[in-house]
Design a protein around this ligand. Structure first.
Ligand SMILES: [Zn+2]
Length: 129
């Protein structure tokens, strides 16, 4: 991959990461801003718990995305960006444009997803037996 294309991907990844870090990433957003002197009834507590679970899930997913982006930037620095981590072939440019954090070529990704589906199906059959 040429330097210009790598630079474009780096800028795209860094821009995406800045966006994630500037919106919704900070712990305890406005959803959970209950003051210490603000008594909560059971409904408030249930709502607060639900909001907190949602915020935690969003933060967890955001942290995963930030980590994926950092990993992609590191692969650019290491000269490994755009190379499949399993089979070492080039990941298609179309796939990278759609998902710049991709670590697998489409063939390896499809194989992995097929294995996951079979594993989940087998797990369900065992649970139902
Ligand atoms: Zn591959």
């Amino acid at each position: 991959m040429d330097e210009h294309t790598l630079r474009d991907f780096r800028e795209l990844l860094e821009s995406h990461m800045r966006g994630l870090l500037n919106s919704g990433y900070t712990p305890y957003s406005r959803f959970c801003d209950h003051g210490a002197n603000d008594p909560m009834d059971e409904a408030d507590m249930a709502s607060h718990h639900c909001d907190q679970s949602l915020v935690n899930a969003i933060q967890h997913r955001t942290q995963q995305l930030v980590q994926e982006i950092r990993s992609a930037i590191q692969r650019i620095d290491d000269g490994e960006f755009g190379v499949c981590c399993l089979c070492s072939t080039s990941i298609g440019i179309g796939r990278l444009k759609a998902r710049p954090t991709a670590m697998l070529c489409i063939h390896c990704q499809e194989t992995l997803e097929s294995v996951k589906r079979r594993f989940v199906g087998a797990k369900r059959r065992v649970a139902m037996a």
